[in-house]
Design a binder for this molecule. Sequence first.
Ligand code: SF4
Ligand SMILES: [Zn+2]
Length: 318
Amino acid sequence: MHDEYDSRSIVQLRSKKNKVDPYIPYHFLHEEELSLSGHIESVNTIFLTGKECAFKCLMCDLWKNTLDEAAPLGAIVKQIDYALERLPKADVIKLYNNGNFFDTKAISPNEYPEIIDHISGYKRVVVENHPKLCNKHCIEFNEQLNCKLEVAMGLETIHPDVLPKLNKQLTPEDFKNATTFLNQHNIDVRAFILLNAPYITVPDESIAWTLRSIQFAFDSGVARCSVIPVRPGNGVMDILWKENFYAPPTLAMLEEVFEKALLLKQGQVFVDTWDINFLSKCSLCFEARKGRLEKMNLTQKIQPQIQCSCNTGYVSSI
Ligand code: SF4
Ligand SMILES: [Zn+2]
């Protein structure tokens, strides 16, 4: 295995960040998602422009749309307003800040009341957070909310050699403890699980470790898992790719891992289809296959496979 990359070397290999405005979210969208009780809900997702995450994970490219410093006091609320003025009504709101919502250096607890005030009317709020930052601030925010809180946390992988190399500064035990802590306070948890984490380059092994990690997440008490196909493009991942320590997943692998994860019947599983164009190898079938994954996200049922002359289906031996 390759020598470990630390935060310094990971940052050194990065390109420039995109220009972002602290008063405008860098992206927002309206989508549908299955609720935990099994009906389709509308979701407004706001990608807040905030302070760069303090962790520097090997596979992360979320830093590209962040600020070096925290957004000025009050700016997060202005961003929420900006997006909501342009979005339709929805049942659920996701406030994703490309980092950790409960990192007080990114979002001050003094801003919680106003944030909560601006999102009143939603049934559920979903925020991202690192398991090590699940602390009294989650509870404080949750106690002020008059709707359900769901915290999305990256478990990434439970591979014992790979997780330490991701520079996430996390153990599976930390993830489990954070999930228990949140559940004890009546907060739902969603896990992000990687497909094709770096250093796992054999397709069968990638699929197997994604499934094991999903199982671990459910055993820890998460309500649902979201599979993220790892993409290159953050600097260090491109070097790992060149050196054969990382291989991008294929669309067929994503399809296969999704089917197998649904067959586990442990809880809801989604695959992230927001940014999977890099998986497209055939213009004839890509959109239909993406549509199938989206349908599987909403139904939690395996849909008929899309046949295509490209024959890029992958059948693993696991
Ligand atoms: S904790 Fe999340 S946002 Fe922060 S560097 Fe890691 S993957 Fe990126
Ligand atoms: Zn095709």
